[in-house]
Design a binder for this molecule. Structure first.
Ligand code: NAP
Length: 542
């Protein structure tokens, strides 16, 4: 009770200084006039792009839409050099934003939030860090990323390995030298398929340990098309961005509104070839409307990609191992690569199928599978993340009645709109589970949440409202809706991290919202227009 009446140390504590944290800080400080403290584990800004420095790391969103949009000047001034932004350039961009908008003065680096507790008598959050901070704030906002808690599988013997080993999601800041080394890469998701071709060019020998064969589409990466940017994008930026904001996936592209099954086989092939030639998101995003919901439609695209693999890889045995047949295209995160399949035509690269001969242990000298022992100087784990919930559970977050978030979400995350969870008043999640988040171009979804949260905080301040909490019925209905829209999609037909299937023991629940960023934005706007329907606004506390 000692805190009653005492103002909090900050209006808002934000966790994380990636896209989400930086944007939230700027918006609340500059436009809402609030006091904000950001805590960041790393020694610099960047979030995902600070940690994921592995060779070949770049974003799958085309660069002109992978950015903040709050500043017209920033949009006009910044020039990306590549069609897709590369990790070092995204990191430079985020550092530029931090400097240009003077954000660093409210960020405490090298500081991990260890716990956050809701104090019921005052409706404040008390936040503690590993640096000994203990502060209070009216609001707690997480900008901790959806894919930020690295997963190094629990393989017997890793401690005994005498070479070097790395996880792609916490790559060293110093250059890792592959020259003359025998390297193993375990994992063929986005991080694996980006790093494998680059490592293959540098290492003496590369062995790729593949559990699930993947569909992947050529990125057609290259330098940015300056004429396109100067003539089509920069003069029309607002229009381009509006299109992205109201689209399905956060990209300003038009989908083919025909069914893949209503056109002739020749027309279909022509459309797929055109998408393949353009590459990247344009292959899937601009394709027929029913690829992600109709298995027969999907089969046509899946088979098209399998045929491309047959054409690209010369060794028939390797082709067989690479062909994805156990899940439809798009049921796992679609992959976008540069020279991935070509890499298997190199003399110094071999593919090891660990679906049929699983890894038994890591030995002092390498990796032993059921069939064979291999020797390595270096192992790269491209084995993914405990996505969407893992980073939350690394902190001890406790709401009303001392309820821990980990306990509340023990059967899978439950949220209202992916923004709040019942029992945790005044806490917001930027791109939390139950929002489009990882199924979209992230900055579009991040900025939508930033603006929506900031508008609500302003509404509360104007109305002298002290606390806000999602209503139980609204949350239950939203969770049911998230499941209902996911159910008929291809997403339910693979063991993916979207379903938590990559982490032993994790509940199998589809975590992001598949209804599309435009529909979701509309829903959020309507809820706000109706006086924040489904949220309990309380003027009484504090
Ligand atoms: P991921 O997609 O989860 O892939 C992990 C890989 O490791 C999979 O091939 C998986 O096999 C394998 N694996 C996991 N545990 C294993 C084990 N115990 N033994 C053997 N193999 C194992 O992880 P990621 O590649 O880091 O990507 C995660 C997400 O981050 C992506 O889906 C994407 O959203 C994002 N990302 C984006 C970009 C980009 O924009 N370009 C780049 C990197 C990451 P299974 O398939 O059998 O599970």
């Amino acid at each position: 009770m000692a805190n009653l009446g005492k103002p909090p140390d900050f209006d808002v504590v934000v966790i994380g200084a990636g896209f989400a944290g930086l944007g939230m800080l700027r918006r609340l400080r500059e436009e809402n006039g609030m006091s904000v403290q950001v805590y960041e584990t790393g020694d610099g800004v960047g979030g995902t792009w600070y940690w994921n420095r592995y060779p070949g790391a770049r974003c799958d969103s085309e660069s002109y839409v992978y950015c903040f949009t709050f500043s017209k000047e920033l949009l006009q001034d910044w020039d990306w050099s590549g069609k897709y932004p590369e990790q070092p350039e995204i990191l430079s961009y985020l550092n530029h934003v931090a400097d240009r908008f003077d954000l660093r003065r409210n960020i405490q680096f090298n500081t991990r939030v260890t716990s956050a507790r809701f104090l019921e008598d005052t409706s404040l959050w008390e936040i503690e860090t590993d640096q000994g901070d203990r502060v209070t704030a009216q609001f707690l906002i997480t900008g901790i990323g959806c894919i930020s808690s690295g997963n190094v599988p629990d393989i017997k013997g890793l401690d005994s390995f005498q070479g070097e080993w790395y996880h792609t999601g916490s790559w060293p800041h110093e250059k890792v030298d592959f020259a003359g080394k025998r390297v193993a890469v375990i994992g063929t998701g986005s991080s694996g398929i980006q790093s494998i071709p680059v490592i293959a060019e540098q290492a003496e020998h590369l062995s790729v340990f593949q559990r699930t064969p993947q569909y992947t589409v050529p990125a057609r990466h290259g330098t940015v098309d300056r004429k396109f940017i100067e003539e089509k994008i920069k003069p029309n930026y607002e229009e381009v961005l509006e299109k992205a904001r109201w689209s399905v996936g956060g990209f300003p592209i038009d989908r083919d509104e025909r069914s893949a099954l209503e056109v002739t086989a020749e027309e279909r092939l022509e459309a797929y070839e055109a998408g393949w030639a353009e590459g990247g998101i344009r292959f899937l995003g601009a394709s027929f409307k029913d690829i992600s919901v109709d298995r027969r439609a999907n089969d046509t695209m899946s088979e098209f990609i399998r045929n491309k693999i047959r054409e690209m890889v010369s060794d028939p045995e390797t082709v067989e191992k690479l062909l994805p047949t156990d899940h439809p295209f798009g049921s796992k995160r679609p992959l976008i690569d540069t020279n991935y399949f070509d890499t298997y035509n190199r003399e110094n690269v071999e593919l090891i199928d660990i679906r049929h001969s699983p890894i038994q242990e890591i030995t002092p000298n390498g990796i032993r599978t059921e069939d064979e022992e291999y020797e390595f100087d270096m192992i790269v784990f491209a084995t993914g993340f405990d996505a969407m919930t893992g980073t939350y559970f690394k902190m001890d977050i406790r709401g009303r009645n001392d309820l821990s978030l980990k306990e509340k979400w023990s059967e899978g995350p439950k949220t209202y709109l992916g923004l709040q969870t019942v029992g945790f008043p005044n806490m917001f999640m930027i791109t939390g589970p139950g929002s489009p988040s990882v199924l979209s171009n992230m900055p579009v979804s991040i900025e939508q949440h930033i603006d929506w949260i900031a508008d609500l905080l302003q509404f509360m301040r104007d109305g002298d409202i002290k606390s806000v909490e999602a209503d139980e019925n609204a949350e239950t209905a939203w969770v049911a809706h998230v499941n209902e829209v996911a159910e008929p999609t291809m997403y339910m037909l693979a063991d993916s991290w979207y379903l938590g299937a990559n982490i032993p023991g994790k509940p199998r629940v589809f975590m992001p919202y598949v209804g599309g960023v435009g529909n979701y934005r509309k829903k959020c706007n309507e809820i706000a227009d109706n006086g924040y329907e489904g949220f309990i606004l309380d003027a009484g506390r504090r």
